[in-house]
Write a new protein. Structure first.
Length: 273
C-alpha cells in the first residue's frame, strides 16, 4: 500500500511538467516577429511590445519586433536595421510605432509602414520593390511620407518661430505641381510636419489634406494640419534652424563592432600579402 501514493505523486509531477512545457511552448510561439536589429543605442531607449503594457529598455543588438513602439528620452537616440536593408534612426524625445510589415523578396514585395507619433526620424530606403502593394511610408497624425529608394528626415514640429527662406514668405501650405526653385516656405508658429530629402537620388512624396507634392533630393517641404503641403524648396545654406536641427538630431552613428584578436586576424587574412 506504500507504493500507490508514490506512483500517484510521480504521475502528478509528470503531468505538471507536461503542462509547463506546453505553456512555455505557447508563450514562445506567441513571441512577436523579429523585423531587424538595433545597431545603435544611445541613452534611454525603450520598446513596448504588442500586448505588453510595460516597456523594456533597449540594448545594442536587440531585436526590433512587429507592432512595437520605440520611444527615446532626452539625449537618447537609436538606429535599427531591418531585414530589407532599410534603416530607421530615431532622435531624442521621439516616439514611433511599426504599424505594418511585409517582406517577400522572392516576389519583389516590401511593405513598411511606421507611425511617427512625436519627434524626429531619419530613414534610408536602399531598395525599390516593384511587387504589387510595395511601399515604404512614415505617417504623422496629419501627413504621410512615401519614399522610393532615398534618404530622408521626417519630423513633427510642435511650434516654430516665423522664418522665411531665402527671402520673403509664402503662405504655409501653398501647393505647386512641381518643385519651385524660387519659392519660399515660412515656418508657422504652430504644429507642422517637416520633410527633408537628404539623399542623392530617389524622391519622397508628402501628402497632406488630400494633396501630394514630390520632394526631390536636396529639397524640403512642410505640411500644416488641414492644409496641402508647401511647394518644396532647395536645402540652401540659409535653411531655417528647425530644418537643420532635425537633420542633425537624427544623425546616429552605429556602435563599433567588438572583435577579438582572432576575429580581426581572420578578417584580414585574405588581404595579407
Amino acid at each position: 500500500m506504500m507504493y500507490a501514493p508514490i506512483r500517484l505523486t510521480s504521475a502528478l509531477v509528470a503531468l505538471m511538467g507536461l503542462c509547463h512545457g506546453l505553456a512555455g511552448g505557447a508563450l514562445q510561439a506567441a513571441e512577436p516577429e523579429s523585423l531587424g536589429t538595433f545597431t545603435a543605442v544611445q541613452g534611454q531607449v525603450q520598446m513596448t511590445r504588442p500586448g505588453v503594457a510595460v516597456p523594456v529598455s533597449v540594448k545594442l543588438s536587440d531585436a526590433v519586433v512587429y507592432k512595437a513602439v520605440i520611444e527615446t528620452q532626452e539625449a537618447s537616440r537609436a538606429k535599427a536595421l531591418f531585414l530589407d536593408d532599410s534603416m530607421l534612426a530615431v532622435a531624442e524625445h521621439s516616439k514611433v510605432q511599426i504599424n505594418e510589415q511585409i517582406y517577400d523578396p522572392k516576389h519583389g514585395k516590401r511593405t513598411m509602414v511606421f507611425n511617427l507619433l512625436e519627434g524626429k526620424v531619419r530613414a534610408l530606403v536602399t531598395k525599390v520593390f516593384q511587387g504589387p502593394g510595395s511601399r515604404f511610408e512614415i505617417r504623422t497624425p496629419t501627413a504621410v511620407a512615401a519614399a522610393r529608394g532615398t534618404y530622408f528626415v521626417l519630423w513633427i514640429e510642435k511650434g516654430a518661430g516665423e522664418q522665411g527662406l531665402p527671402s520673403g514668405a509664402s503662405n504655409p501650405g501653398a501647393t505647386a505641381p512641381a518643385t519651385d526653385e524660387s519659392a519660399t516656405i515660412s515656418l508657422p508658429n504652430r504644429e507642422f510636419t517637416g520633410l527633408a530629402n537628404i539623399g542623392d537620388s530617389g524622391n519622397v512624396d508628402l501628402t497632406s489634406n488630400g494633396q501630394t507634392v514630390t520632394v526631390k533630393p536636396g529639397h524640403f517641404s512642410i505640411a500644416v494640419p488641414g492644409q496641402p503641403p508647401a511647394a518644396p524648396v532647395p536645402l540652401a545654406k540659409s535653411i531655417p534652424s528647425q530644418v537643420s536641427q532635425a537633420i542633425r538630431a537624427t544623425s546616429v552613428v552605429n556602435a563599433p563592432k567588438s572583435e577579438t584578436p582572432h576575429e580581426i586576424l581572420k578578417s584580414t587574412a585574405g588581404s595579407m600579402p
